[in-house]
Design a protein around this ligand. Structure first.
Ligand code: AMP
Ligand code: ZN
Ligand code: ZN
Length: 424
């Protein structure tokens, strides 16, 4: 079925590299290897921090247009914790953070030391990422080219491989420049053109943190990001590609409003000198330090707390699917939605200027639900789907590119109905 669909597409549009160069099928007796036609290109777009309900605000006309001509989910459930790096890597590996090893934006590993978003050495060190197999790696093994206009993990050399084209993360590259780079990659000659591409926007997340999800600044970021999508759609249409490329537009998590005074001061609850603090924010992580009675601290914190819940990593609720990875700190404290976990020292350093929006919370929280819209020749038109877990995107993408999916936590059966029957 899928082959027929591709064949039909090739004869109709003759766009993709393989379509143009595909030799006539060889007779059964021949032993000559048959080159597979290149698949319809797939562009995966992330709008960081785009909460599922933002699309109802009427500020994303291009996105709404894509959803009308394609499919949209009422929401997509992020993996826990609902943070940027863990979720972007879940989307391209199909693995929960516990299984792909990017368990937080900030981590400690006994052998590798500390990992943080802003640490270029850590972010580009493949040893942090190699518990998962990103889709671009599998694509490379099967002769498909990939290009990433930013994506967590793409800067790392994972088992000797990067995407064929990738960029070190630089927040100063404008949304329009990012779009133009993707279009330039699609303009490459057939043999060089990537089949799997990513594009990443972060203005909505920034505005959501700094001013809160209900701010005028988030509204402006939604407009600006939609304008970038409009530039993309126009560029694709000019190239007669709009109906010949599969687009998935999604986000990694939502955003919750956190009033300035909603702070749990961890130093007021336990003596911080007695623990090794790995992360703060929505999900605080702590490890034992030699010479201190960690069991006592755990006992204290695991008792009911105001505005947060703490667990030893072995006692995290099963539905969060979190705690088995060695990089997860021994003790975790998760803030209630709308609260942050911080310290008096940090608040003083920031002069009380704390972010007014946060994510990282329980992935079942309505405020954490993410965006999912898809458009293109493989997708049904005008379909609205129920929410699904973001690890399902990986087997969907592997199917679209006709690649064997690596072992993953996703479920293709749960999402295949968003595809036209002939593309399933
Ligand atoms: P957070 O909101 O703390 O989960 O982090 C999200 C932020 O990380 C984004 O708003 C970007 O500024 C930044 N970011 C996104 N991708 C990368 C990357 N590949 N490398 C470093 N920082 C990134
Ligand atoms: Zn994010
Ligand atoms: Zn964020």
């Amino acid at each position: 079925m899928k082959f027929l669909f591709r064949l039909l597409l090739c004869s109709l549009v003759a766009f993709s590299a393989g379509c143009a160069t595909q030799p006539t099928p060889t007779p059964a007796a021949s032993t000559a290897p048959t080159a597979k036609p290149a698949p319809t290109p797939l562009l995966l777009i992330s709008i960081d921090g785009y909460r599922a309900d933002y699309i109802e605000r009427g500020l994303s006309p291009t996105l709404t247009g894509l959803a009308k001509e394609g499919v949209r989910a009422t929401g997509m459930q992020p993996s826990f914790p609902s943070l940027t790096f863990p979720n972007h890597y879940s989307i391209v590996t199909g693995l929960r953070p516990d299984h792909h090893g990017i368990v937080n934006n900030t981590m400690l590993d006994p052998a590798l030391g500390r990992f943080s978003l802003g640490d270029r050495n850590a972010v580009s060190d493949g040893r942090w990422w190699n518990q998962g197999t990103p889709l671009w790696e599998t694509a490379g093994h099967h002769g498909l080219r990939s290009a990433t206009m930013f994506w967590p993990g793409s800067e790392a050399d994972i088992r000797g491989r990067h995407p064929d084209f990738w960029k070190p993360y630089d927040g100063n590259v404008t949304p329009a420049q990012r779009v133009d780079q993707v279009l330039a990659w699609l303009d490459l000659p057939a043999g060089e053109r990537p089949s799997f591409l990513t594009l990443y926007f972060d203005d909505v997340d920034h505005a959501g943190h700094t001013y809160g999800p209900d701010s005028a600044q988030v509204e402006q970021a939604l407009r600006d990001t939609d304008a970038a999508l409009a530039r993309l759609v126009q560029g694709l249409a000019q190239r007669q590609l709009l109906d010949r490329i599969n687009l998935i537009v999604l986000s990694d998590h939502g955003m919750a409003s956190v009033p300035p005074n909603n702070s749990v001061m961890l130093d007021k609850v336990i003596p911080l000198t007695r623990v090794e603090l790995v992360s703060l924010g929505v999900l605080a992580g702590m490890n034992p330090t030699p010479g201190h009675d960690f069991a006592k601290i755990e006992q204290q914190l695991e008792r009911p707390q105001r505005h947060m819940t703490c667990w030893d990593k072995t006692r995290v609720p099963a539905r969060l699917l979190y705690g088995s990875n060695a990089r997860v700190p021994q003790l975790l404290c998760l803030a209630d939605v709308g609260w942050r976990i911080t310290t008096s020292g940090y608040v003083a350093k920031k002069n009380g200027n704390l972010s007014l929006g946060e994510h990282g919370y329980d992935n079942a929280a309505p405020q954490m639900q993410a965006l999912f819209v898809a458009h293109g020749p493989a997708f049904r038109q005008g379909a609205m789907l129920p929410s699904f877990p973001n690890v399902d995107v990986y087997p969907l993408m592997a199917h679209l590119l006709d690649l064997p999916a690596a072992a993953n936590d996703g479920d293709y059966q749960a999402v295949k109905d968003m595809l036209k029957p002939e593309a399933q």
